[in-house]
Design a protein around this ligand. Sequence first.
Ligand code: BGC
Length: 269
Amino acid sequence: MIHGFIKMKSKNILGIDVGASGIKGAVVNLETGELITERIKIETPKPSTPEAVAKVIAELTKRVGYEGEVIGCGFPSIIKNGICHSAANIDASWKGVNVAALFSRATDKKVYVTNDADAAGVSEMKYGKGRGVDGSVLLITIGSGLGSALFTDGVLVQNTEFGHIPFNGDIAEKYASNNARKRDELTWEEFGRRFNEYLHLIEGLVSPNLIILGGGISKRYFLFEDYIDIETEVMPAAMFNHAGIIGAALYAYQMGLTKEKEGMRKEKV
Ligand code: BGC
């Protein structure tokens, strides 16, 4: 078990992205924002209980051969101080679980956990399409659910959950996520038109300067971009679906640095 603070010696950090269908991870070089090991993907266990997912996190860490002490993890729920506060696309038993503590025990490393879309957003702001963009930037991840990360002049507003705003008699992700596309067997045109409706709502609420699309189908944005007609500029994430892994690693590094400074201050007293 790791006690006290850890000196952030290396800028190569393992980033893990927990999704409803897959748990993906790789070591990220944070100087460049690139993956420096093979990306390992393990199917999300069903049911995706805390014990079962923690086992996969430990297995993935071993398979990557990671020897660092700090891990970053993006998790598909509201996360406050490492604790899970919602469970839309994961097992209901996650609610109230200290995800950070559970994964730290499972790996014997210090794991920092944040919302998956927030992680992807942090990555795009530093290395991708949000870099140097002033004003508000909104990243929306399209996968099993819809995730969101909102930045104003580069500062993140955590846990915005714009995929859960009421829309068409339900929450938006039930209508315009990749799961909804598959469930309703939509053509790309039909999906594009639905997603466009959702973007109009978001644009009206947030008036961002830029919308970045991440998640599983961001690579296929060209298939539905013709049906998007909002005023705001929309573009796919530079790192596509890797943004979640890279952002998780970056989040952990930044948290680690903050803790290191706090620890050094306390040691001096
Ligand atoms: C969850 C979010 C998550 C998103 C993408 C939503 O259902 O509520 O926390 O970011 O899915 O995984």
